[in-house]
Every structure is written in structure tokens, then in C-alpha cells.
Design a protein around this ligand. Structure first.
Ligand code: ATP
Ligand code: MG
Length: 390
């Protein structure tokens, strides 16, 4: 039985769509009497703005009474006079509808919606997605069906509505379409990019379970293993930018894809900040999912033994199992037809980097460094199938 169906059992009919995507105004609301309210910046750690009551306003200057009853005056202009919208605007789906459109008005609306469990809101052409930090059933096949072919203003804000809009615009105008996914680290760019691909493969795929669709959905574990790392802001932070190009035929079916990668943070390979890790792949090849025989061949032991991994003693990530992720990546290798020989070459390359990090440098004299021994150098050289110099 599907989870949606299970929830419906027992007469509790509240679809995931209504629950997580539609704002419910919490009943009758009295507007704030005849007071005129504005937003006033605070220095509080948990809020950027608070309400203040306008007590004088001559058009040029205005005076407000703050929560602590002190009064403040300011010249009146659109930057200082940040009107509070009436409560009927609370939770609007498109912030373009707000009478007063200012930073505090936008933040207030996003918070109202987020507190009600809704994390998608439009701001004109943009969709603002606030990270829910929990898996919610809003990306299910049932929800995909609700968005398929529906105009944006007929359905609640969602990444699927934006994806559907781009797809329909491509079919109607026969022009390329772009989506820009941006935000600070940990905002949810990678997660939402995957949802766009999930949606487009569902509505524009050739056949259920087709190889190309599967490849599109599954190439991420590989990119993430080699390009993502734990940082202090995000346990799975992408340390590169990417441009994904999807190609469609005249009938609107997906026919191919390209991914262009920009600016990988290479410095992370040799050193990481406090509380951060190297790229996931290094820990994955040292996990229990890596075949023992291969580990021995590549002289791999445990993360604690490698200088490139042990400088901060940060080895694990909450809620992430390196062995499971490695298995996931191997499945992705299967789907993308990366053969045994290529896999071995990849693991050899990664292992050699770890061995090179352990070269035992010594001071020969004040101007020259040398190696205490060549054990690690020889292992690295054999991983790369080359002879060490000398
Ligand atoms: N829509 C979502 N539903 C559930 N969890 C989410 C969602 N979006 C983000 N998250 C959570 O937040 C974490 C960070 O998101 P994500 O990796 O997409 O951020 P990012 O914007 O790509 O950051 P970076 O710039 O560091 O790569 C995810 O690992 C996941 O736990
Ligand atoms: Mg990312």
C-alpha cells in the first residue's frame, strides 16, 4: 500500500498536496486596530525586524514607538518606511501580491509559510525554496501528476511547476529554456536540481525505466562522491559548479544530456578546514564496501592513516554511511557503463593521492628536502603504473 493510501485509511483524508503545499489561513483575523505599523530593524539574534507603531508622520519625517516604548524619528523614504502588510496578506503564494514589498515583508511571509510547513513561495518569476531539512512527501508520483501540464497559477508553488513551465515553454516556443538554481551553501540547490531532473524525466521520458532516464537520475552519486564534501555548512556540499544540458527531440522526449563542471575546489584534496572532510570518495574507498582484495592491492588501510584525511580528525558525517554511498556509486557505474578496467584506474588514481600525502619528507640540509624512505612513493607509482624517479 502506498504511504499516501495508508494515510487516507481511517477517514483521515488530507492529501500531501493540501498538507505541505497549500497555506491555511488560521481562521478569523482581526487587523491591528487603527494603528499604523512599520518594520524596524533589531539587533536581536533571532529576528532582523520587529513591529513599531507610527506615532507621527508629516510626510517628510516620521516617528515610531518601539517595543521598549522608546521613540525614534527618521526621514521618510522607501528605504526607511517599511510598511507592515495587513494580516490578510499573510502566507500569499506570490510575494508580488504584497502591498508593501520590502525585505521584512518578504521575510515575514516566508516565515509564516515555513511555520505552516510550506517551503515553496513565488516572488514573481522566481521560486523561493526554504530548506525544510526533512524529507516531505511532496515529490511523489502523485504530486508529479498534479503538476503535469497545469498552469503555474492553478497549482501551489513548487519546483515541479517551474520545471513544467520551462518544458511547456520549450514545446510552445521551440526555444531553449534555462533554469538558474542559486543560493548559499546548504540552501538546497543540489536537492532541487535533482527534483527538476526527476520531474522532467517523468514527464518527458521515453518509457518507464528507460536507460537514458535512469542514467540521468543516477549520475549524481558519482558527481557527489568526487565533488562533494562535508563542510561546516553542509554535510554534502558541492565543491564545484555545474551546468546540466538536457536535449529533447521535436516530440518533447529527452534524447541526451551533458554536464559541464566548473571550478572544482582542488585545494581540499590536501587540506581541509576544522570540522570538514576531504571529498567523500576518499572515505568511501576505505569503507567496508570496498572489496578487501582491492584494498590490499592498493595498500589501503583506514582514514586515520592518511595525512590528507587525518589533519582534523574528522572522518564521519552524521546520517551518511560511506559504505552505502559507495555501493550507490558502484550501481551508478553499472548504469553508466563504466567497466572494471576504468573503475580500477579510478580507484588507483584516488589511492595514489592518499599515498603521496604520506611521503616521509626529511630535512637533508637547510636547502634540500629528501625522503626518509621510498615505500609510499613506490606504492603511489605502482598505483599509477609508472616508475618512481631516481
Ligand atoms: N527539498 C529538500 N527536502 C529535504 N531536505 C532538503 C531539501 N533541500 C535541502 N535539503 C537538505 O539540506 C541539505 C543541503 O542541501 P543541498 O546539498 O542541496 O545544498 P546546496 O545548496 O547544494 O549546498 P552547497 O552549495 O553546499 O552544495 C541536503 O543534504 C538535505 O539534507
Ligand atoms: Mg550542492
Amino acid at each position: 500500500m502506498s504511504s499516501a493510501a495508508r494515510r487516507r485509511k481511517g477517514g483521515e483524508v488530507e492529501s500531501d498536496y493540501i498538507k505541505y503545499l497549500k497555506y491555511k489561513n488560521t481562521g478569523f483575523q482581526v487587523s491591528a486596530s487603527d494603528k499604523t505599523l512599520v518594520w524596524w530593524p533589531t539587533k536581536d539574534a533571532d529576528r532582523a525586524y520587529a513591529h513599531a507603531e507610527v506615532t507621527k508622520d508629516d510626510g517628510k519625517n516620521f516617528t515610531v514607538r518601539l517595543e521598549d516604548n522608546t521613540e525614534k524619528s527618521q526621514p521618510k523614504n522607501e528605504k526607511t518606511y517599511l510598511g507592515v502588510n495587513p494580516p490578510k496578506f499573510d502566507g500569499v503564494e506570490d510575494m508580488g501580491e504584497l502591498g508593501y514589498l520590502s525585505e521584512p515583508a518578504v521575510l515575514h511571509n516566508l516565515k509564516k509559510r515555513y511555520d505552516a510547513g510550506l517551503f515553496h513561495t513565488y516572488s514573481g518569476l522566481f521560486l523561493v525554496v526554504v530548506n525544510p531539512y526533512k524529507r516531505l512527501p511532496v515529490y511523489t508520483p502523485e504530486i508529479i501528476d498534479m503538476y503535469r501540464g497545469r498552469p503555474r497559477d492553478k497549482v501551489a508553488p513548487h519546483i515541479f511547476a517551474i520545471s513544467d513551465g520551462a518544458y511547456r515553454a520549450m514545446l510552445n516556443t521551440r526555444q531553449n529554456q534555462s533554469m538558474l538554481i542559486t543560493g548559499e551553501s546548504g540552501a538546497g540547490k543540489t536537492e532541487n536540481t535533482k527534483k527538476v531532473i526527476q520531474y522532467l524525466t517523468a514527464i518527458a521520458g521515453r518509457a518507464e525505466g528507460g536507460l537514458l532516464e535512469q542514467q540521468l537520475l543516477e549520475f549524481n552519486p558519482i558527481l557527489e562522491a568526487f565533488g562533494n564534501a562535508k563542510t561546516t555548512k553542509n554535510n554534502n556540499s558541492s565543491r564545484f559548479g555545474k551546468f546540466i544540458e538536457l536535449q529533447f527531440n521535436a516530440g518533447g522526449q529527452i534524447t541526451g544530456a551533458n554536464t559541464f563542471i566548473y571550478l572544482l575546489e582542488k585545494s581540499r584534496v590536501t587540506a581541509q578546514g576544522a570540522g570538514e572532510r576531504n571529498f567523500h570518495i576518499f572515505y568511501q574507498i576505505l569503507s567496508k564496501a570496498m572489496p578487501e582484495e582491492l584494498k590490499q592491492k592498493l595498500k589501503l588501510t583506514k582514514p586515520e592513516d592518511y595525512f590528507f584525511l587525518n589533519q582534523n580528525a574528522c572522518y564521519t558525517v552524521d546520517d551518511m554511511d560511506d559504505a552505502k554511498e559507495f555501493d550507490h556509486m558502484l550501481k551508478a557505474f553499472d548504469i553508466l557503463n563504466i567497466n572494471e578496467e576504468e573503475r580500477l584506474a579510478i580507484f588507483q588514481t584516488i589511492s595514489a593521492i592518499l599515498h603521496l600525502g604520506n611521503l616521509p619528507f626529511i630535512d637533508v640540509n637547510s636547502e634540500t628536502a629528501g625522503l626518509k624512505d621510498e615505500v609510499e612513493l613506490n606504492i603511489a607509482a605502482s598505483c599509477w603504473a609508472c616508475r618512481p624517479p631516481g
